[in-house]
Design a protein around this ligand. Structure first.
Ligand code: OOB
Length: 551
């Protein structure tokens, strides 16, 4: 992927004018900056709490609003310019939210990178976005982000500015977050932000390579957050707990943090999603809604067997990112006292929610129905023809908050989008007569391990360079705890037989994120091929799924 070239990616509508006009007329796009609701509530309810972190430190709407202004001014005084990009890779903290809104107000585009991403992913996203700045924590647990930042800066000289939350250490030329905050002179003008311009970049899970950059505009992302907040019944009494990494679309805006701040609610930031942290925060702050992925839910349910904290405030538990087993859905109300809402979404846009009024059966077995009546869905066969009602096909979508392009080459975009602007999601779904969708699988070779997605090809491309391997296929195998586990099926080039451990550390030294490392290794004399000479993944999956002992 080349660096951002086209100014059209940053300014002007990313939708064709006739669609943009319709979305404005219908009131989906309001022409506001993504941080406008924060400004509004800072005036109408200045003293209400906006954020609380894991340590219990809180910030009011008025304080967050002025901290965001000051941060915006500091960023500009630091030398950043509106339209430039900044990689943001921070844990769920007040600093992250302040920096996010500071960027938004200064017209600087945050590129949201997960704390679990490592050199490979960060390099790719920094290069693709042409980022000039990179914000990191000093460390999270045992991982030190400062050498990572140094590596990125050495590889990409356009990343001229490093910002460290915490101790800068020996990181040459870096600025500490605190120093930046102290720098602010509370005067000066902030730029006028064009609401149809890109507000932030999310990243995709990746079907054929590394994650792709997803441009989300002020208009479309504010709609995304507001409309989601409405579906979830959020209001001023809402206390939203963000326990997934905030750089992900789900806790950021579905409705997430932005949704809660759009209705004057409180956001609690969990530093990790462990049952202990989460149950403690729910009890302490009377959390009403949170979002999780199925793997987490299974941990919470297990932990809850031996836990008696008061979780009675929790009204709604959103589950998405990967398919929720109906049996697990049924256990949630009994064990955690909350209603379940299934959310089938994607960083590219489309969101589906089960609704409060849905029958229990639908809530437990379907992945919900689209957020907006102007979400246009097509469910198609391999030739792009709509399948008959109720049959399985690939989901294509177009609508007021679904992107029309990645920041990527024309070839990549031509594969991912149809000429008339539908995003080819790669998800295989079935639509019920009620409009609810059931996710049946994926068309591509993407692995969804504990709701973290990555492409099999990305890992294969690394492993094939390993001197002991002649051939390799990476496949996702069904796993009760993870949804899918990552399995490397290898053919040897000589007599040396690498162990799983060796391959994992080989990938780590190449800067691959930990969540993508294989969980299992199978050695075969040759890979099974299809009639067309391609690796027969389906056959490999069938072969090795059989070897997994029944639970
Ligand atoms: C969410 O977003 P992404 O971009 O990390 O992943 C999107 C993909 C979907 O295309 C689908 O393959 C899978 O994740 N997925 C689900 C699902 N929710 C997402 N598969 C089955 N059941 C579900 N409920 O994962 C995301 C974004 C916003 C809200 C919720 C999830």
């Amino acid at each position: 992927m080349g660096a951002l070239q086209s100014s059209r990616s940053e300014t002007g509508s990313l939708w064709p004018e006739d669609f943009a006009k319709r979305y404005r007329e219908k009131g989906y796009w309001t022409g506001e900056c993504l941080s406008q609701p924060l400004r509004d509530f800072a005036q109408t309810q200045p003293d209400s709490t906006a954020l609380i972190d894991t340590a219990g430190q809180s910030v009011s709407y008025a304080a967050l609003d002025s901290a965001a202004d000051e941060m915006a001014m500091s960023l500009l005084q630091w030398g950043l310019q509106p339209g430039q990009r900044m990689i943001v890779q921070l844990p769920n903290t007040i600093e992250l939210i302040t920096l996010f809104f500071g960027c938004i107000r200064a017209g600087i585009i945050p590129v949201m990178v997960l704390p679990t991403h490592r050199a490979r992913e960060v390099l790719h996203l920094a290069q693709g976005s042409g980022a000039v700045a990179y914000a990191i924590p000093d460390r999270i647990a045992s991982f030190d982000f400062r050498p990572l930042a140094q590596e990125i800066q050495t590889a990409l000289p356009h990343v001229t500015k490093l910002l460290v939350v915490g101790d800068v250490g020996t990181l040459a030329g870096a600025t500490s977050y605190q120093l930046l905050c102290d720098m602010a002179e509370p005067k000066g003008d902030l730029p006028q932000v064009d609401p149809s311009s890109v507000a932030l970049y999310l990243h995709s899970g990746g079907t054929s390579g590394l994650p792709k950059l997803i441009p989300r505009t002020h208009d479309d992302y504010l709609y995304n957050a507001r409309a989601s907040a409405e579906v979830c019944g959020m209001g001023a009494n809402t206390v939203y707990l963000a326990c997934l990494a905030v750089e992900h679309n789900f806790p950021l805006a579905c409705p997430g943090i932005l949704g809660a701040l759009c209705v004057g609610g409180v956001v609690v930031l969990a530093k990790n999603p462990s049952p202990d942290t989460v149950f403690g925060l729910i009890e302490r702050h009377k959390v009403t809604i949170t979002a999780a992925v199925p793997t987490l839910i299974s941990l919470w349910l297990e932990a809850r067997e031996f836990d008696d904290r008061d979780l009675s405030s929790l009204e709604l538990l959103q589950v998405g990112g990967a398919k929720l087993a109906p049996s697990m859905a049924a256990r949630i109300p009994k064990m955690l006292g909350a209603r379940v809402q299934q959310v089938f979404g994607m960083a590219e846009g489309l969101l589906n929610f089960t609704r409060f009024e849905d029958a229990l059966d639908l809530v437990e077995t379907s992945q919900g129905r689209p957020l907006c009546e102007d979400d246009e869905l097509r469910i198609v066969d391999e030739l792009g023809r709509e399948v008959p009602q109720g049959e399985v096909g690939e989901l294509w979508v177009r609508g007021p908050y679904t992107i029309r392009r990645y920041v990527a080459s024309d070839e990549v975009n031509a594969r991912a989008f149809t000429p008339d602007g539908f995003y080819r999601s790669g998800d295989l779904v079935r639509r019920l007569s009620s409009g609810h969708l059931i996710v049946e699988g994926r068309a591509g070779d993407q692995i969804n391990r504990a709701a973290e997605k990555f492409s099999a090809a990305e890992i294969e491309d690394h492993l094939i360079d390993h001197p002991s391997l002649r051939d390799v296929a990476v496949i996702g195998l069904p796993d009760e705890a993870l949804g899918q586990m990552c399995c490397a099926v290898i053919c040897l080039s000589g007599s040396d037989v690498p162990r799983l451990r060796d391959l994992r550390s080989y990938l780590s030294t190449r800067g691959v994120a930990t969540y993508k490392l294989p969980d299992r290794l199978e050695v075969v004399p040759n890979l099974l091929l299809t009639r067309f000479g391609k690796v027969d993944r389906k056959a490999l999956i069938a072969q090795f799924s059989d070897l997994i002992p029944a639970q």
